[in-house]
Design a protein around this ligand. Structure first.
Ligand SMILES: Cc1cc2nc3c(=O)[nH]c(=O)nc-3n(C[C@H](O)[C@H](O)[C@H](O)COP(=O)(O)O)c2cc1C
Length: 355
């Protein structure tokens, strides 16, 4: 494993200001054809390999990702006003034996700072954001840095800033879409999969609200492809969710993390502060869940004769994992944890095309 480009020993603010770190940031640019060229949303891409919303905190991180051959980098979830991050630490390793099944996620997991393979981590930031005054300029700059065959994308989240209710929340989602559209990003992703209201509820579990927000946001995108990020869903619920939203969104992105209670080796809450006993787990142990969602999204697409793009996320650590997602039906494949500890992951995939 390489030095991670997001340093878990440093705060979010320090990573934001001084990162990215390690070989990811050496400025060396990967060029060259790779045989993975594809067409997404009518655009020719060098490859469908990306980094999902998360470890790319700002334009410096996005540019480094583009340099390292991640052709679909996504800016970490943004908001329409400043919001501070949860306190440090924000990332810890978690000890999981094999897959993090839904049953295992009912038990407490032990977290530490021993980052080793097979790597799974927990991450908890609270979707912080700098001001749109900053991020609009920063993102525009990153968009203009992309080479032909690359596509800069971004995630955002609406907020009911003054507890004014549903109407205000929807207006904020719309405002976020307009602000993002002005940056020139080539796909916008609604983050329905992090604790959106308070600290526990995921928007994607509220079918009616998900539909309302997607329909309200769509006209604001003015044709820029719109994706929705989801958590792991049951067979039945996924079917309903896709039926409700597939007429509105252009892509389904799955999965975010699987939540579990995380403690240190003495049994104390590992991440400090209120409502942080439960936090999201990602990396190697959740690959099964991302693959399962990609397969089901693919068969639903066939069944419904729909056209949406499938963005596969979760536990992509190696070229073999990438291949499994392709075989499962994912059109775009993104890696967060894997890319953080292997900044050359996209290059490895491109250099090792598996049959
Ligand atoms: C450091 C870090 C920060 C993250 N922040 C976000 C975020 O802001 N928005 C979001 O939708 N997902 C976020 N995620 C979740 C990832 O997009 C992804 O869904 C999840 O990590 C599973 O992929 P992985 O197994 O490759 O890490 C974050 C993940 C990591 C590791």
């Amino acid at each position: 494993m390489s030095e991670p480009f997001f340093n878990p020993d440093k705060s979010y603010e320090e990573n934001w200001a001084k990162g990215p770190f390690g070989p990811f940031a050496d400025g060396e640019v990967f060029v060259g054809a790779c045989g993975l060229e594809c067409n997404i949303f009518g655009k020719k891409l060098n490859s469908p390999i990306g980094i999902p919303a998360g470890p790319l905190l700002n334009g410096k991180f996005i540019k480094a990702a583009l340099d390292k051959g991640f052709d679909v980098p996504m800016q970490k979830t943004l908001r329409t006003r400043v919001k501070k991050s949860h306190p440090w630490p924000n990332v810890l390793a978690v000890r999981i034996d094999g897959e993090l099944t839904l049953e295992k996620a009912q038990e407490r997991l032990i977290a530490d700072k021993d980052y080793r393979e097979p790597l799974s981590i927990t991450n908890s930031f609270g979707n912080p954001s700098y001001s749109p005054d900053f991020w609009q300029t920063d993102l525009k700059d990153a968009v203009s840095y992309a080479k032909p065959g690359q596509m800069v994308t971004a995630s955002w989240e609406g907020t009911d800033w003054d507890n004014a209710g549903e109407k205000a929340l929807i207006e904020d989602w719309k405002l976020g879409a307009r602000l993002l559209r002005e940056t020139g990003v080539e796909m916008m992703e609604m983050n329905f999969s992090c604790p959106n209201k308070g600290t526990t509820n995921l928007l994607c579990h509220d079918l009616e609200m998900s539909r309302k927000i997607a329909e309200a946001v769509k006209p604001e995108t003015e044709g820029i492809p719109l994706a929705v990020k989801m958590s792991y869903m049951s067979e039945n619920y996924l079917q309903q969710f896709v039926k409700e939203l597939s007429g509105t969104v252009d892509a389904f992105s799955a999965i975010n993390t699987i939540a579990a209670e995380v403690v240190d080796e003495n049994g104390n809450q590992a991440l400090p502060g209120p409502s942080r006993l439960r936090s999201g787990v990602c990396g190697s142990a959740i690959k099964w869940a991302g693959l399962d969602m990609a397969r089901r999204l693919k068969s639903l697409r066939d069944e419904l004769d729909a056209k949406y793009v499938i963005i596969g996320v979760g536990g992509v650590m190696t070229p073999k994992d990438y291949k499994e997602y392709r075989d499962a039906g994912a059109d775009i494949i993104m890696s967060a944890t894997g890319a953080m500890w292997n900044p050359l992951l996209a290059i490895d995939i491109k250099n090792n095309p598996l049959p």
